[in-house]
Every structure is written in C-alpha cells, then in structure tokens.
Design a protein around this ligand. Sequence first.
Ligand code: OVM
Length: 405
Amino acid sequence: MTETAAVPASPPTIDADPFAAEHLENPEPLHRQLREAGPVVRLSRYGVHALARHRQVHATLVDWQSFQSGAGVGLADFRHEKPWRPPSLLLEADPPHHDAPRRVLREVLAPLALRRLSEEWQTVAEDLVEAVLTEQGREFDAFDVLAKAFPLRVFPDAVGLGPHGRENLLPYGNMAFNAFGPRNALVEADARRVGELSAWVNTQCAREALSEDGFGARIWAAADRGDLTPAQAPLVVRSLLTAGVDTTVHGLAAALYAFATHPEQWQRLRARPELARVAFDEAVRWQSPVQTFFRTATTDVDMAGTRIPEGGKILMFLGAANRDPVRWSAADRFDLTRDPSGHVGFGMGVHQCVGQHVARLEAEALLTALAHRVERLELAGEPRRHLNNTLRSWASLPVRVRPAR
Ligand code: OVM
C-alpha cells in the first residue's frame, strides 16, 4: 500500500451571490448552506474561495503570512485595481508596514487610555436614557434614539472632531463598508457622494482640525515623537473615522435587538448589570455586525484538501463562523450564560479590531444605563434592516419599554 497525500480536489461550488439583497437581508440560510457544503467552497459568481466554518475562518485570520491584507480585504485586488481611496495603513497593510500604525493606535485606544472616558460616558448614557424615556415615552425607534444617538454623542468628541459635518460620519462608513463588496447597486448608490464625503473626512484628519485632547491629537503626538511619519498620521486618524462609528452603531443595535427579542436575557442583565460587556460580545457573536472580509493568498495554500492559488481571493464569513455548530453549542441562541470568547466578530490575529475596547466601553455604558432604568423591553413593530455589502445593519428598531420604578 502506498500512502498518498490528499490530492487537492475541486471544492464544492456554489453560485449564490452573498451580496444579493436576499442574502444581505437574511444571511443565515446561505451561511448554513456554505458551512455544510464543505470546509472550503468555490463561489462561482466571483471566482473566489469562501470559508464559513469557524476552524478555517480562524486559521485564515491568524495566518497573515499566507493570507495577506495588503491586496485589499474586499473583492477588489489592489494589485490590479486602483483602490477607491488610498489604502488604510491598518486594515489594508501587512507586517512590517502594519506594525507602527498598529502600535500607535493600540496605545491610543488601550483600556488604560480609555479610563478617563468611562465615567463621562456612563453619565452621558444615563442622561440619554432618561431623556429618551421622558421625551419619547414608552415606544420609540431604539435604532435612532439609542444605537445611533449614543455613539454619535461620545465618539466624535473623543476623537476631537469639530462640531460641523458630523452627519457625514455614518454615510462615509456605510460607503467604505459597501466598497469591500462587488460593484453592485449598493456601491452605485454611494457613487455620487464619494467625492464630497471623502473630502470632508480627509479635512478632519489634519492636525489643525482636531482638538488638543482627543484620540486624533494623540495620533499626531505619536508623529511628533517619530513613531509615525507626518504622512501616516492623517491616514491613521482616517481609520478611526472609517471604522469607529457605523460598527458600534450597528453593534449596539444588534445588542438591543437581541434583548428586545429575548426577554429572559434582559431579565438576566437587569439582575446582573455587570454582564453588560459579555452581553455585548455575545450580541457581536450572534449578529456579527461585520459579516465578511477577504484575504489574498500570498502563495499556493492547501486548505482542507483544496488548493487555493497564489493571488486568489478568499472570502471569510465571520457571521457564519460565529454560528458554526461545531464550535458553539446552540449556536443560534443569544445566551448570556455562554462564554462568547473566541468569536471572530472582531476578527482575530494581528488585525483584530484595535477599537474593540472603545466599542465595549460604549456598549457597557449604554446597556448598564438601560438595565437600571428599563424593566421590560420588547419589539413594537417589525425591525427594518439597512442593506450594506459588509455590515449587518439596521434602518429601524421599534421598541416598547416599561420604565423601572
Ligand atoms: C480602516 C478600517 C479599519 C477597519 C474596518 C474598516 C471600513 C476600515 O482602517 O480604515 O472598515
């Protein structure tokens, strides 16, 4: 008998378009199909390989040597296509270029650096919840008045943005997250605002546009110390403005949706508000606000019996991995008693979300304030999704509450 190494065979092929409205609206059926089809599948529509199981998504995220980000983490291959904006120094870069920007931003957004914000954000959250209950009564759109309102109240100030044009932040992020997908109708719809929104964002990244005590100023201080070049600093600020708003808005919406549809979990949080952080991570696992990212193979890579060719794009379904029944028991259940650590909703490895402590602090402030003031939380109508090529996002989340006495 001769032992033969597994010969790479062609993987199962699926012709569904994961960026079609039907799948963006309700991704779980396609995710199940992809996970069950095999560890690696071929998406004929886009000529890419795709991963939907936790094991392969995780393995790909942590292997930056074989799976680069520098060719873009969307469908577009930056080696052959001109990116829609200068590439991000964090997201769309690999070591060693990635190292200095990453180190600077990690320090600016480290838990210790956020401590001074914690009390203030708690107060803002308490005031916001109080104002919503007073002004809106018992029924309101929790997406508008909480999930959108809270990050927009605290994050731009923390960065040090000026007062004007903040309404551009969400549309800019929406555009950036659409741009990771194919050039479909969602990207077309953004096209007429690219110039205007990019110009506004780029202007805000200048040292002069930023207050002296925010994240932005700290990034510029790193340039003064020589930890970044003066040309890098504005692009690092741009990463905050691109990745820091829509993600937390839709992540908070995911958490509110989870609680509005799981009353027993709301009672659990009410009884133990210190669960707010783990609840947010569980909501990130359960909904995966960032659904997908791509990598590009730096060399021929054999994965679970499939050869991924050098230069090939690989689509990682973070949302599918986060509900892989092999990794998670009762994966579809939103459950505060589980340990959600190991989810890939913030990614994994050298690119794992550098802003995750900021997101958790925002979530902790808002959920804790709500847990103290709201006895019952339920849906008051059909939630509506907003479609985006990458973000699992929301248009409205009508809720009914009963305030605590
Ligand atoms: C960036 C960035 C980082 C993470 C996500 C993202 C648009 C962007 O560095 O600009 O999504």
